[in-house]
Structures are given as C-alpha cells and as structure tokens.
Ligand binder design. Structure first.
Ligand SMILES: [Zn+2]
Length: 95
C-alpha cells in the first residue's frame, strides 16, 4: 500500500468582481413588457373565468393577457388541473 498525501489544492479564490454595472444593466430586466399589476388582476379573475362569470370585455382582456404571459398561462393550467381533479374526485366511480 502506498500512502497518498491528499493535497487540498484548487481552492484559489478569484478576486474578480462579478457584478459590474454593465452586466447588471444588460441582464436584469426581461424583454417582454408585461405589467405586473395586470398579472395580479388576471390571476384574481381566473376562477371567475373558469366559471364563466367574467363580463365579455373583461374576458377579452383576460385572454389578451394570457396570450402574452407565460407565467399566467402556467398559473391557469395549475388551477385547471386542480378543478379537474376535484371534479373527478366528486364523481362516483362507475361500475
Ligand atoms: Zn401575467
């Protein structure tokens, strides 16, 4: 058996500053112009939309926002899945 001396090398710290003003400015904001307040009101209206309680004008605005906002689409799919599961649980098994 040979005794190996384990060297703990390779822990050299890079002393370069990662956050220069240029990198922050280029990568901080997203490219899409989705309004955050619009997201909030859209998500608040999702249950009403599923129950078809939205007024036509409100519904059109809802769908227009969903067209361009991935986050709200995801949230909507999540809510739909929950309602489907609940509906499936409510129905008695056939047979
Ligand atoms: Zn949104």
């Amino acid at each position: 058996m040979s005794t190996e001396s384990s060297t703990s090398a390779g822990k050299a710290l890079d002393s370069r500053s990662a956050l220069t003003p240029a990198t922050v400015a280029s990568g901080a904001t997203g490219a899409h112009d989705v309004d955050a307040s619009e997201c909030r009101s859209t998500r608040a209206a999702m249950h009403d939309y599923l129950n078809r309680r939205l007024q036509p004008r409100r519904q059109r605005r809802f769908e227009a926002h969903m067209d361009g906002c991935v986050e709200c689409i995801r949230a909507f799919i999540h809510i739909r899945e929950l309602s489907w599961k609940r509906r499936a649980a409510d129905q008695p098994p056939r047979g």
